[in-house]
Design a protein around this ligand. Structure first.
Ligand code: SF4
Length: 82
């Protein structure tokens, strides 16, 4: 699940984040591409295809779109409590 102590280093500061693939619990991003294809304004991929948050959502619509990615992530690697 999302681990705010193991954020991807590229995440922009703020509540929303992606968990680093090297998370000790083995539950970080698996580069499935769901979030950065579903919400490309807010999520991006690094050179290995792992996701990070590039822009924090601000409006309700933006937060809803990011929440859809959070719920769709197959390994619950996206958090909004950071
Ligand atoms: S949906 Fe989850 S596993 Fe897939 S790229 Fe995004 S953070 Fe990684």
């Amino acid at each position: 699940m999302a681990n705010k102590d193991m954020k991807h280093s590229n995440n922009i500061a703020g509540a929303w984040y992606c968990t680093d693939p090297d998370d000790d619990n083995g539950e970080g991003c698996i580069a499935c591409n769901v979030c950065y294809t579903g919400a490309p304004d807010f999520f991006a991929e690094d050179d290995d295809g792992n996701a990070y948050v590039k822009k924090q959502p601000e409006t309700d619509d933006e937060k809803e779109l990011c929440m859809e990615q959070l719920e769709a992530c197959p390994v619950n690697s996206i958090g909004n409590d950071g």
